[in-house]
Design a protein around this ligand. Structure first.
Ligand code: MN
Length: 197
């Protein structure tokens, strides 16, 4: 079974004005689709054909000869996860278990928001800012390019894409403004709580 491009969990104009339909047309319809197509081409007729995406990522991550496959497969996973991290009318302070954990582990929501925004803003070049579970403790991290906490044994809970293609049509060079909008208006805390398991 090939790796597939998931539908967005909302309509492409549902997150306007914070992320435009035009950004989704490129980001989901072109960039994410290309990662899916490239992954399928690279696993065709290999021992990884038919394997699930996480197996492909973990296998390629430790094989220097499969760097291209790793980059594409990890980007498939990261983007599929990223779309679910947002919803119309999202953002602001969380509720539920994650709220208490942010208070206990990260010094409260305001401190978390500042640290998360800083992680995204200071990721030089392309990459991602994450909220993850490391040994049952929350941590805010950043990864370059296609790198993912999955290969570090950390559990992803929330991510934001800080590649320029994620925000340039709507914010041009103002990456911090995109990160602020993500925090204030887009984060799907129900999804984050569900990821705690
Ligand atoms: Mn992207």
């Amino acid at each position: 079974m090939p790796i597939t491009l998931p539908d967005l969990p909302y309509d492409k104009n549902d997150l306007e004005p914070f992320i435009s339909a035009r950004t989704f047309e490129f980001h989901h319809g072109k960039h994410h689709k290309a990662y899916v197509d490239n992954t399928n081409k690279l696993i065709e007729k290999t021992e990884l054909a038919g394997k699930d995406l996480e197996t492909i990522i973990r296998t390629a991550a430790v094989d220097p000869g499969k760097k291209g496959l790793f980059n594409n497969a990890a980007q498939v996973w990261n983007h599929s996860f990223f779309w679910q991290c947002m919803k119309p009318g999202g953002g602001g302070k969380p509720s539920g278990r994650i709220a208490a954990m942010i208070d206990d582990d990260l010094g409260g929501y305001e401190k978390f928001a500042a640290d998360f925004k800083n992680a995204g803003a200071t990721q030089f070049g392309s990459g991602w800012a994450w909220l993850v579970l490391q040994n049952n403790t929350l941590a805010v991290t950043q990864t370059p390019n296609a790198e993912t906490p999955l290969t570090e044994g950390h559990k992803p809970l929330l991510v934001v894409d800080v590649w320029e293609h994620a925000y340039y049509l709507d914010y041009q060079n103002r990456r911090p403004d995109f990160l602020q909008a993500f925090l204030d208006h887009l984060v799907n805390w129900d999804f984050v709580n569900a990821n705690l398991g």
